[in-house]
Design a protein around this ligand. Structure first.
Ligand SMILES: [Zn+2]
Length: 457
């Protein structure tokens, strides 16, 4: 296959007449600019690199547009989220994740890191056969055609000296050692069914949910180079509790237990000290910001620019999936910096493209998709004549576009989506609207459960 693009944004620069050759494994075999189209080319319009959603909880999507009437804070929102988690089954999770991943793919996210902790039955008993929830996520992603890094999450306690709350029991494995055993077994099961179509990564939920000894066990025992994620200092309370329990900040605890390294991604990184920023930067971690979620939950504005200056990579995620739009996350990152600093241009458009693409792909242990030879051939076609993009410099599209401007999406050299439609089947002729999948999933799964909890409250 060869694609010919009227224009393409590569490394933040605009090139015209770009022909992209696709070789084995869906990788880019050639990139040439100033070319004229051949009859055999698949012709695309304005193309930007495939984008990576480095932090998602697919099931939180159920709460979109349903949590805004009664005020509250992060912790109250969490109680509502637990209500949804308690109602999930492997069947409803498959349906819901398929719909959410379809929305992501049609929005231009060609990869997703699913931070997954709903492992077991309510009460904590294992599914039989094993890994039912994990397989539901992997099947959802491969059905849709989005690249998945499954970040299988260690979750052990409700807090310092507090066992798992009843609504958290299905998240827990009991110990880091038992979780590691399950993780290794899952790795074999996923490899057998999905080959390298699904990357298995890992996560520790947070220093709230994982004690010091278990953090050290993960640092020592999780195989090298496996991508590892952690929620970090999203709320001031986490810092207060860590200082009381350990005498150090959450970042300090990650450092003391040997977890700070290039394979670590810290999610949110909202409430950091200057020392925290230095430690995270020097270790070459990735900081994953989720600006639409952080704003929605009233988390605060994290020191993204300081982290980047200290040496961290910056990636982006949709987190609770109340908003599924890569451009709005990029815009939100820069908007937060501007609101906090009183200055414009804190992150350049080029830096935002990197946050949307290569930094996210690196965070997820996936190949880059930056339109270079050897990269994954993941492409997103935008409509440059849309009401939002007309007249805009394509290099600055993160400041003007929304997911509504995404036309065709290419993953591994194959067109998988077009204007909100999921192209189902190799001929791409049977098209399923992502919106219809969502309506079906929300109607038939967890919404009833949430409605009951709202009535009770
Ligand atoms: Zn999260």
């Amino acid at each position: 296959v060869t694609f010919w693009c009227e224009a393409a944004v590569i490394d933040g620069q605009l090139h015209e007449g770009v022909r992209i050759g696709v070789g084995p494994g869906g990788r880019i075999s050639a990139v040439d600019a100033d070319e004229t189209p051949d009859p055999a080319d698949v012709r695309l319009g304005l193309v930007v690199p495939g984008m990576a959603n480095a932090h998602s909880h697919a099931f939180h999507r159920v709460l979109r547009g349903r949590t805004h009437a009664d005020g509250g804070d992060f912790w109250r929102w969490r109680d509502t989220m637990y209500e949804v988690a308690s109602g999930l089954t492997p069947e409803s999770y498959l349906e819901l994740a398929t719909a959410v991943f379809a929305e992501m793919l049609t929005a231009g996210w060609t990869s997703v890191g699913e931070f997954h902790y709903v492992h077991h039955r309510p009460g904590g008993a294992a599914y039989e056969p094993a890994h039912a929830m994990e397989l539901a996520l992997a099947r959802a992603a491969t059905t849709v055609g989005i690249r998945l890094t499954l970040l299988d999450t260690l979750y052990l306690r409700g807090g310092r000296g507090v066992p798992l709350l009843p609504e958290q029991e299905r998240f827990g494995d009991g110990s880091a050692e038992i979780w590691l055993d399950r993780w290794h077994d899952l790795r074999g099961v996923l490899a057998a069914e999905f080959g390298d179509a699904v990357v298995l990564g890992a996560a520790v939920h947070s220093v709230r949910a994982v004690d010091r000894t278990a953090l050290a066990t993960v640092a020592a025992s999780l195989p090298a180079r496996i991508p590892l994620h952690v929620h970090l200092s999203e709320q001031p309370r986490e810092n207060v509790e860590a200082l009381a329990e350990h005498g150090v900040t959450p970042t300090g605890l990650l450092a003391a237990t040997g977890l700070l390294s290039e394979r670590l991604s810290v999610v949110h990184a909202t409430h950091l000290t200057a020392d925290d920023v230095r430690l995270l930067g020097e270790a070459g971690t990735t900081a994953v910001f989720c600006p639409t979620t952080e704003a929605d939950l009233g988390d605060g504005i994290g020191p993204a620019r300081e982290l980047a200056d200290a040496g961290s990579q910056i990636a982006l995620g949709s987190d609770q999936n109340a908003v599924v739009d890569p451009f709005l996350e990029a815009r939100g990152l820069e908007a937060g910096e501007r609101l906090a600093s009183g200055r414009r241009g804190c992150f350049s458009p080029d830096e935002l493209w990197r946050a949307l693409g290569p930094s996210g792909q690196r965070s997820l242990g996936q190949d880059p998709a930056a339109l270079h030879v050897g990269d994954a051939c993941d492409l997103v076609e935008l409509d440059p004549s849309s009401v939002r993009l007309a007249g805009a410099d394509p290099r600055q599209a993160p400041f003007a576009a929304t997911a509504s401007d995404v036309r065709r999406v290419v993953v591994g050299g194959r067109v998988v989506a077009h204007s909100g439609l999921l192209l189902d089947g190799p001929d791409g002729r049977r098209a399923v609207p992502a919106a219809a999948l969502l309506q079906t999933a929300l109607h038939s799964t967890s919404l009833d459960h949430t409605s009951r909890s709202e009535t009770r409250a």
